[in-house]
Design a protein around this ligand. Structure first.
Ligand code: HEM
Ligand code: HEM
Length: 127
């Protein structure tokens, strides 16, 4: 079970990177690179379902980790931040909040990078 939890954790990381990449592909050296154009199109098209799938798999990982291994505060913080990101995304999609909230959505999704790093290298640093 430990291995299953680990694989699921890494799957969440990959899916998360695909969700967040649409920002990174828009800035810096990638901005003008023709090679990344098709990838960008794909990521923008599937951004919303991808984000939701990421959260669902994170929930499965968290649930299995919680019941079979141990609770993890860093993991919980990562998950809660991801939940806020997805809720913001959904609210923007249904126009319940303005699109300018994408700044919060983006900031929190970058914060997840820090939290995932902490969770992977020091899973029990706070607890
Ligand atoms: C979005 C949220 C999350 C992501 C991206 C994530 C990612 C990961 C990854 C990649 C690993 C494997 C680390 C390794 O190879 O050693 C892992 C392990 C683990 N995760 Fe998560 N995780 C998340 C949420 C959670 C939550 C909410 C919990 C709390 C119950 C949790 C509990 C654990 C535990 C107990 C391990 C095993 C740690 C160990 O003993 O090495 N994770 N997670
Ligand atoms: C793990 C989950 C997610 C991450 C990491 C994430 C990340 C991002 C990032 C970084 C941007 C900014 C792109 C830019 O500045 O060019 C963005 C934009 C956006 N995201 Fe997400 N997102 C996630 C899930 C979702 C979900 C589930 C929805 C809606 C159902 C959503 C809706 C949006 C919308 C509406 C925008 C901006 C407007 C647009 O161009 O479509 N996101 N997201």
């Amino acid at each position: 079970m430990y291995q299953v939890v680990r694989y699921l954790g890494w799957l969440v990381v990959v899916l998360y990177l695909l969700s967040v990449d649409r920002y990174f592909l828009r800035i810096g050296p990638f901005k003008k690179m023709d090679a990344v154009k098709p990838l960008k199109g794909f990521l923008v098209k599937f951004h919303k379902p991808l984000g939701i799938v990421t959260l669902v798999i994170a929930l499965v990982h968290a649930n299995l980790a919680f019941t079979n291994i141990s609770p993890s505060l860093t993991g919980t913080l990562t998950f809660l931040t991801m939940l806020i990101v997805v809720v913001f995304g959904i609210l923007m999609h249904f126009k319940k909040i303005e699109l300018k909230n994408v700044k919060t959505h983006r900031f929190m999704s970058i914060l997840i990078v820090v939290l995932i790093t902490l969770h992977v290298f020091l899973p029990y640093v706070f607890l």
